[in-house]
Design a protein around this ligand. Structure first.
Ligand code: ADP
Length: 577
């Protein structure tokens, strides 16, 4: 509990005035809850002593109506405030979480599956918010009712009777603690299994088209059922422990009530207490039951929240490896980029994907990169996006290591068109403007034209305003590619990277795009990865990458003269036409 309190202390500090108000409300509610028992006892004693008359009767009825009413209004106010606070906390935690996710680098996204990240901000966050906001009620209200009831029982009725009635409570609380500690590990496991389940559902929904195309519904459902079964199975362990709570408290209550009644009756006979006092006492014992059960439930909640907060904090305390330092330099333009003996290995791979890469890019050049699939072309060029730190060697921009510049500035230099297009469920124009939200209509038209996307727009029902389906589902492969190219072009970046971005367009479209690049990007740098030689044959420098190493370099004619992979593939491509 201390950890949760510590982890959420910032929120309580921000909202301390409201917390003080809630504390006051809760203490008032707990005090009012105990008064009807007192009133009832007094009434019985008045009746027994024959002192009941109209006035005292009216007083009694008045008090018995006023108390629940007062309690109702106070509870209403409390619930209203606490619900608002819960929302506030949930929003703040969500914002912190999302801010953090945006700071994280690719290492992090390699380590955590999407479903897991989602379950931490939904399921886990819910558990934290519920526990944090019911902490006051669970702890303050219930404890204060218990303490007040015991004090009233002792001071106003009999300490002896109170001592006998509550003897069993510490035993029950110890039992509760043991169960709680044992249960925690099952809750942790359950959360992990739930995260796995979320991930599987997400994968199935995303892959529905493929699942249907290959008639894999049954297999996929089987996979889902297995995940659900695993989830249920893990929950069953928790339920088993939870089932101990209620019977335990039934027993505590039963024994307490029996002891109170038996010894209380004895004290009445001994004339140490009155009948009215015994009734009040038993009513207090009854009042104790609710808070004790609630405290048990509250500890369960707290337990779950403890596991959740650990999972939440695990993400929040992960620092990105690729991050800005205080001394990071700004950069707006460049003249030269040098790859010096660069080797890179993905975080969860054993062997490097690119090895000892040495080459230079001069501002204004067009660089072509070719090579077999899987050779490491994307990996090589994505180093300019600062997704990961290089494992060995150095990339220098104008003589300064790329890691010394502000990450944002380095990325701002680059317009990257990836192999897998990421389109968002919004208008075609909005999807393009992501490249440069400040661009005007003229820029938009220019980008559309230069990406040779104009001819597609005619076929879109609402032109550029047409809504794109989820992940671009309403567009063809070629249209998606051209839209992505337009997105990069509207940024008018210093370095444009086309990562096999012309694979789904026909030869004429490719020619058009390449020709426009040449016309419009004078003085700017282009890096083109392509399987088609026509896209790169005019490049200032062509690199051939095989198994992570540069095996050939030069201009088109040089490479043809050299022989090797380039010449073989080129001949194959032109003879296949
Ligand atoms: P190319 O662009 O030449 O087709 P890639 O750079 O995409 O090649 O991939 C090179 C190698 O790196 C491949 O073997 C691929 O499986 C591996 N690879 C790509 N991305 C990752 C990743 N995120 N984690 C681990 N390995 C990866």
């Amino acid at each position: 509990m201390k950890t949760i309190f510590k982890k959420l202390a910032w929120f309580i500090k921000e909202e301390w005035k409201i917390y003080v108000l809630m504390l006051f409300l809760l203490l008032s509610i707990s005090f009012i809850s105990l008064l009807p028992a007192k009133a009832l006892g007094l009434a019985i004693d008045t009746i027994v002593l024959g002192g009941l008359n109209r006035t005292s009767m009216l007083w009694l009825v008045g008090v018995l109506i006023a108390l629940p009413l007062g309690r109702y209004f106070l509870s209403f106010a409390y619930n209203y405030i606490i619900t608002k606070e819960a929302q506030k906390l949930a929003f703040k935690l969500r914002r912190r979480y999302l801010d953090h996710l945006f700071e994280m680098d690719s290492n992090f996204y390699e380590a955590y599956p999407k479903g897991d990240l989602i379950s931490r901000v939904t399921n886990d966050l819910d558990a934290i918010t519920t526990a944090a906001t019911s902490m006051l009620e669970g702890l303050i209200f219930n404890t204060s009712v218990i303490v007040l009831a015991i004090l009233l029982m002792g001071f106003t009725i009999s300490w002896k009777l109170t001592a006998i009635a509550v003897t069993i409570m510490p035993i029950a609380l110890t039992g509760l603690n043991v169960i709680r500690n044992r249960k925690r590990k099952y809750v942790k496991k359950h959360r992990e299994i739930y995260a796995e389940f979320t991930d599987k559902v997400l994968e199935s929904v995303e892959g529905m088209k493929v699942i249907r195309a290959y008639v894999q519904e049954e297999n996929d459902l089987k996979r889902q059922y297995e995940a659900i079964d695993k989830d249920i199975e893990s929950w069953r362990y928790i339920v088993r422990y939870e089932n101990w709570f209620n019977p335990l408290f039934e027993i505590v209550y039963g024994v307490t009530y029996f002891l109170a009644f038996a010894y209380g009756a004895f004290l009445v006979i001994q004339q140490e207490i009155t009948v009215g006092e015994l009734v009040t006492f038993l009513a207090y014992v009854g009042t104790l039951y609710g808070p004790i059960v609630s405290i048990a439930g509250f500890f369960t909640q707290l337990n779950n929240a403890q596991v959740s907060i650990d999972r939440f904090e695990e993400i929040m305390s992960t620092a990105p490896e690729v991050k800005d330092e205080a001394a990071s330099q700004p950069i707006l333009a460049f003249n030269r980029i040098d790859f010096k003996n660069v080797t890179f290995k993905y975080p969860f791979d054993k062997a490097p994907v690119i090895k000892n890469i040495d080459f230079s890019i001069e501002k204004g050049q067009t660089i072509g990169i070719v090579g077999p699939t899987g050779a490491g072309k994307s990996t090589l060029i994505r180093q300019l996006l600062r997704e990961f730190n290089v494992t060995d060697g150095e990339i220098a921009i104008d003589g300064v290591s790329i890691g010394k510049y502000k990450i944002h500035d380095v990325r701002a230099l680059v317009g990257y068109v990836p192999q897998a297009h990421m389109l968002f469920k919004k208008g075609v124009d909005e999807n393009i403007m992501i490249g440069n939200p400040r661009a005007g209509l003229a820029d938009l038209d220019k980008a559309v034209k230069n990406a040779d996307f104009e001819k597609d727009v005619i076929y879109l029902t609402e032109g550029l305003h047409t809504q794109v389906g989820e992940a671009g589902s309403t567009l063809s492969g070629g249209q998606k590619q051209r839209l992505s190219i337009a997105r990069a072009l509207i940024k008018d970046p210093e370095i444009l990277i086309l990562d096999d971005s012309l694979s789904a367009v026909d030869a004429t479209t490719e020619e058009n795009i390449i020709a426009r690049l040449r016309e419009t990007r004078g003085g700017k740098t282009n890096i083109i990865i392509s399987h088609r030689f026509s896209a790169i044959r005019d490049a200032d420098l062509i690199l051939v990458l095989e198994a992570g190493k540069i095996t050939q370099r030069g201009k088109h004619e040089d490479l043809l003269r050299q022989g090797g992979w380039y010449k073989d593939q080129f001949i194959q491509q032109i003879t296949m036409r």
